[in-house]
Ligand binder design. Structure first.
Ligand SMILES: Nc1ncnc2c1ncn2[C@@H]1O[C@H](COP(=O)(O)OP(=O)(O)O)[C@@H](O)[C@H]1O
Ligand SMILES: [Mg+2]
Length: 561
């Protein structure tokens, strides 16, 4: 099975592949499975042979699982991209996926060791303080924490959950999923199933029995039947026999509006009952894939159950507010935390924790700088450094960077790939030269300006080439990510053209100098622009009238039109 996902974050792709394999396990009739991840040229349907070979090798080598279930082997890339909720066991020869846990079980280990949380004292202090206030007052509180993938949102939630559990707080967890994004009340249903001790795979009768028993614990007797019936509808454990159903349930089943109102009431009553017995921390992971139903039910509970000890910790990527622009905007008790990058010192602490105090200053510096404050990148870079590969970018990080690049417009990516050929620094004329007839120099300039706006590139004053705008990648990871998406042919060609362009610039500089010293007399001796034999140019439709940036200052060469 090939899963293809151009714009998805690599960790999400890995999670999806893992879930797919786990779901197929019951159908596999004992046959082994393997997950391998890699890149493919967008023009090809299948990934590189290398990925397929890796997967076949894993399948042929893995031994049958002791529990009778077919084993699922992981290659290093997919294992590196899976987070702590996946139960991955490292045997002597293999990495094996055992399952997915409902609740976060601590953090991912790094080189077999757990790491302590670094550089998040303020955030953790703020979260703990809010939870304390919510319990002591008591009052409902909400924290919405946003940051890009890998920045450490889930890790902070895990740390808070640990502290909350010590205070006797019940943890309810709902997790957004890209495949189920937007399905009605999905997140809340997950959280409630967890609270009710229902895993989801049980037979209906058992699910219902658990629901009934749990509701009976704290919900007043007079409300129990109604709350059980409508919570059952909400969480996917409906009462089956029509005969047993109350008139209210039968009526609601005929009327979606009525059903929604009754489910809302049941949720609020259950929340009241539970919070009268103990505080509740509701963690909503990846809320950017959440649903309006969950957001609305929580909103109503914040309004009408605001004096209860319950806290919502919603974690999401920054696009959350594109999906829910007015998220709980009318409620007073909502705080937003934008998680910033890990600081340099915190990064160094993490490196030392894993690689030991003997790690060289240069390595330390390189790792922390490369990671750019992203905890996931740093972990993966540390892992690579421990294997002696500290100068090559791990595939896992590359995959994450590529997905960031994949969000840019196709033209921006094309410009960035050409820019990456020059290294960390490029020039507008050089990029235009590489793109030949596929894009006019003016358009290249516009895209470069866009990339500066988007903080991918930064303009540098006093560039090396006179009359050329000099631009630097803001982060070397982005450059490496862009460069990695070039095919070997494009790379070869790109370097040749870049070399020619730079050679011409050098020659021109020499001529200009000579001219200034009055030794230069004729413009006919100026070097000529290379002909566009380039596949970069030839592969794409030539646009008539496109102009090489050099033309502005050079005699217009034949090749540039
Ligand atoms: N402050 C931190 N200290 C140590 N490790 C961290 C820290 N923040 C994150 N990590 C680790 O980095 C990886 C990515 O973090 P995670 O919380 O999953 O990111 P996110 O949820 O934002 O995508 C995890 O393995 C996590 O344990
Ligand atoms: Mg996370």
């Amino acid at each position: 099975i090939v899963l293809e996902a151009e714009r998805q974050v690599a960790t999400d792709q890995a999670a999806q592949a893992a879930r797919c394999a786990l779901a197929l396990r019951s159908l596999a009739r004992g046959r082994a499975m393997a997950i391998a991840m890699g890149r493919a040229a967008s023009s090809r349907k299948l990934p590189e042979e290398d990925v397929i070979d890796r997967a076949s090798r894993l399948i042929s080598q893995i031994a049958p699982g002791a529990d009778g279930l077919p084993p699922i082997a992981l290659d290093e890339v997919s294992a590196g991209l899976l987070d702590a909720r996946f139960d991955v066991v490292e045997t002597e020869a293999h990495l094996v996926l055992h399952g997915e846990r409902a609740l976060m079980q601590g953090a991912r280990t790094l080189l077999g060791r757990p790491t302590s949380c670094v550089g998040r004292d303020w955030e953790l202090g703020a979260l703990t303080g809010i939870l304390d206030e919510c319990i002591d007052e008591p009052e409902a509180r909400v924290v919405v924490m946003t940051a890009a993938a890998g920045m450490g949102k889930s890790r902070l939630a895990t740390e808070l959950v640990g502290r909350a559990q010590q205070r006797g707080v019940a943890i309810w967890l709902g997790r957004g999923d890209s495949l189920r994004a937007g399905s009605t009340l999905d997140l809340l249903a997950q959280a409630l199933r967890g609270a009710l001790g229902i895993a989801g795979g049980e037979p209906l009768a058992e699910r219902h029995a658990r629901l009934r028993a749990r509701v009976a614990e704290h919900v007043p007797a007079a409300e129990r039947k109604r709350v059980t019936e409508f919570l059952g509808e909400l969480i996917g454990a409906p009462l089956s026999g029509e005969g047993e159903a109350s008139a209210a349930l039968r009526a609601a089943r005929q009327d979606a509006q009525l059903m929604s109102e009754q489910m809302l009431k049941a949720w609020m009553d259950f929340l009241s009952a539970e919070t009268s017995a103990h505080p509740v921390l509701l963690v909503l992971e990846d809320l950017h894939w959440g649903d309006f139903g969950t957001v609305r039910f929580i909103d109503t509970a914040l309004r009408d159950r605001g004096e209860r000890p319950w806290m919502v910790l919603a974690l999401a990527r920054p696009e959350l507010f594109e999906v829910f622009p007015k998220l709980w905007a009318e409620r007073q008790n909502v705080q937003e935390i934008r998680l910033k990058e890990l600081g340099r010192k915190a990064g160094e602490r993490l490196v030392r924790q894993v690689l030991g105090d003997g790690v060289g200053g240069e390595t330390l510096d390189h790792l922390v700088k490369q990671a750019d404050g992203n905890a996931f990148y740093l972990e993966e870079l540390i892992r690579a450094a421990a294997e002696g590969k500290d100068r090559t970018l791990p595939e896992t990080v590359l995959a994450m960077v590529e997905t960031r690049l994949a969000r840019l417009e196709i033209e921006a990516r094309r410009v960035l790939r050409a820019a990456a050929v020059f290294g960390e620094v490029c020039w507008d004329g050089g990029v235009a030269a590489l793109l030949g007839n596929t894009m006019s120099a003016v358009t290249v300039g516009e895209w470069l300006a866009r990339l500066v706006e988007q903080e991918v590139l930064a303009e540098r004053p006093d560039g090396r080439h006179a009359g050329q705008r000099e631009l630097a990648f803001r982060h070397s990871l982005l450059r490496e990510g862009a460069y990695a998406t070039l095919t070997p042919d494009d790379r070869r060609l790109g370097h040749r053209l870049a070399g020619e362009w730079a050679g011409i610039r050098r020659a021109r500089r020499a001529i200009t100098c000579a001219h200034r010293s009055r030794r230069f007399t004729s413009s006919t001796s100026m070097p000529r622009w290379p002909a566009p034999t380039s596949a970069w140019a030839a592969r794409r439709r030539p646009s008539s009238g496109s102009r090489c940036s050099a033309c502005a200052v050079w005699p217009r060469p034949r090749a540039c039109t």
